[in-house]
Write a protein that binds this ligand. Structure first.
Ligand SMILES: N[C@@H](CCC(=O)N[C@@H](CS)C(=O)NCC(=O)O)C(=O)O
Length: 213
């Protein structure tokens, strides 16, 4: 079977999620950087692979998979060795809801193409764009803290990492890049610290992708 190829970008939080999931599953893969700074994601060549012009995209088992949560779900079904979702229906719904709070309700509002659109053509200043960025994180993280706190332990749910932690760690990485205060989220910080102490998370960190910042 051919080695999976991840169309990746070291600072993309959606790609970072997939790197973590691949590492947790122990899947050896090749990372190909799509340089978002240079707009390589918009090229005809890349859009032929992913019509949305977004990373990540994973070539695996003869498939071209897009959307990080769909890719992670594929990996979870394909490699059952380290489950990323609880088996019980209500617990599973809870973990998926935490992952979606990040992946559907925080991250899309702060995506590169959204920030660029605010600047041009809408004409917002960098201060206004930074305020936008902080606003949506400030809306989402308190809700996530409240959702997680009752059932969290070492991780957002229980004592093993789940898909919720896979989404959390890249989102907090983004928040830190914007120097946003995180002290009000002790449950999230505990899960992040425990996750980053695991090699599959640590190896997926943007600084370890061999790309100059
Ligand atoms: N919902 C998508 C989001 C993918 C996405 O937004 N990727 C960003 C990087 S984190 C991207 O490629 N942005 C390029 C752009 O905005 O032009 C997923 O989860 O895969």
């Amino acid at each position: 079977m051919a080695r999976p190829i991840l169309y990746d970008y070291f600072r993309s939080s959606a790609a970072y999620r997939v790197r973590i999931a691949l590492n947790l599953k122990g899947v050896d893969y090749e990372s190909r950087q799509v340089d978002l700074r240079d707009g390589e994601q918009q090229s005809a060549e890349y859009r032929a692979l992913n019509p949305q012009g977004l990373v990540p995209m994973l070539e695996i088992d003869g498939h071209k998979l897009t959307q990080s949560l769909a890719i992670i779900n594929y990996l979870d079904l394909r490699y059952a060795n380290v489950p990323l979702l609880p088996a019980a229906a209500a617990e599973r719904a809870h973990v998926v809801a935490m992952a979606m709070t990040i992946a559907c309700d925080i991250h899309p509002l702060n995506n590169l193409r959204v920030l660029k659109y605010l600047k041009d053509p809408l004409g917002h200043s960098q201060d206004e764009i930074d305020a936008w960025y902080a606003h949506w994180i400030g809306e989402g993280l308190p809700a996530l803290e409240a959702m997680a706190a009752p059932t969290a332990s070492k991780f957002l749910f229980g004592n093993a990492p789940t898909g919720a932690d896979v989404c959390l760690v890249p989102q907090l990485y983004n928040a830190r890049r914007y120097h946003l205060p995180l002290d009000a989220y002790p449950t999230l910080l505990r899960a992040e610290e425990n996750a980053n102490n695991l090699e599959p998370f640590a190896a997926a960190h943007p600084d370890r992708q061999g790309v100059p910042a």
